[in-house]
Design a protein around this ligand. Structure first.
Ligand SMILES: C/C=C/C(=O)SCCNC(=O)CCNC(=O)[C@H](O)C(C)(C)COP(=O)(O)OP(=O)(O)OC[C@H]1O[C@@H](n2cnc3c(N)ncnc32)[C@H](O)[C@@H]1OP(=O)(O)O
Length: 257
């Protein structure tokens, strides 16, 4: 494993995202996460998964630098579908997955966290979907999951302004369950994971399946349309401008083309 470090103890697997400087979710990292889930699924010594990030952030999202090597609408759309599929698998995974978020969970980083069964945060963490700042749209099912947690109006504000909310606000809005100090986060998250690990894995698996019944057919129609538009928006001049502006560390100038 190049980008993930993981181990398990007390029925809890801890997966650390370790891809400096921002734990950006490259296609290689997404592939590794999928392989880790393959290993964890049959392992009876693992009943709960805790995901967190090494360094300053949980994850700053999909790897914007990798975007510059993607050429076509279809390739970009497929990149979105890959992430959507992994995150759907996580949400339906038979073992609970908890995200412990410090620093920032932005774009794909928040989409990853939203696919976990719940989120614990630090008070000052930044959570947001800033893709519109890049002239693109969220593409790992964030357009469908964020409104389920915070409501359509708040999701609209977060996406349209690209402004993140704090960990404290995330708890108020229902996006995260609890906010802790930086020092407390991992210990509290691990304690909670251990507590869940003492439950019957059969009952927990059944509870996860039942919780996911609230996901409607519209969700899957929505993520399919998200993948199409993710590709269509990516081939615009505005997307080239937004991504270049990020890499060149300047404000983008969008023209509507
Ligand atoms: C389907 C999904 C789509 C997406 O997820 S699109 C991506 C959405 N995410 C974002 O737009 C977030 C972009 N990043 C930021 O806004 C900022 O960064 C932070 C708030 C996370 C941190 O800001 P600061 O503390 O000022 O650090 P820094 O100098 O901007 O970043 C440190 C290094 O990390 C690289 N980096 C940050 N985010 C990404 C990313 N998402 N993809 C690739 N690289 C990233 C930077 O470029 C830089 O690198 P260097 O030190 O070489 O200049």
């Amino acid at each position: 494993m190049e980008y993930l470090k993981w181990s398990y103890e007390d029925f809890v697997a801890t997966i650390k995202i370790d891809r400096p400087p921002a734990n950006a979710l490259s296609s290689g990292l997404i592939q590794e996460l999928s392989s880790v889930l393959d290993e964890i699924k049959p392992n009876e010594k693992i009943r709960v998964i805790l995901i967190h990030g090494e360094g300053r952030f949980f994850s700053a999202g999909a790897d914007i630098k990798e975007f510059t090597s993607v050429q076509s609408e279809d390739d970009f759309s497929n990149l979105g579908t890959n992430g959507q599929n992994l995150f759907d698998r996580m949400e339906n995974f038979p073992k609970p997955i908890i995200a412990a978020i410090h620093g920032a969970a932005l774009g794909g980083g928040l989409e990853l966290a939203m696919a976990c069964h719940f989120r614990l945060v630090t008070e000052n963490a930044k959570l947001g979907l800033p893709e519109l700042q890049l002239g693109i749209i969220p593409g790992f099912a964030g357009t469908q999951r964020l409104p389920r947690y915070v409501g359509v109006a708040r999701a609209a504000e977060m996406m349209f302004t690209s402004d993140p909310i704090t960990g404290k606000e995330a708890v108020q809005y229902g996006l995260a369950n609890h906010a802790y100090t930086d020092d407390e986060l991992l210990e509290k998250a691990y304690d909670m994971a251990k507590k869940i690990g003492k439950k019957s894995p059969i009952a927990i698996g059944a509870a996860i399946e039942l919780l996911n019944y609230s996901k409607t057919k519209e969700f899957y129609t929505g993520v399919k349309r998200e993948a199409e538009l993710f590709g269509q928006v990516f081939i615009t001049e505005d997307a080239k401008e937004g991504i270049s502006a990020f890499i060149e560390k300047r404000e983008p100038k969008f023209t509507g083309k």
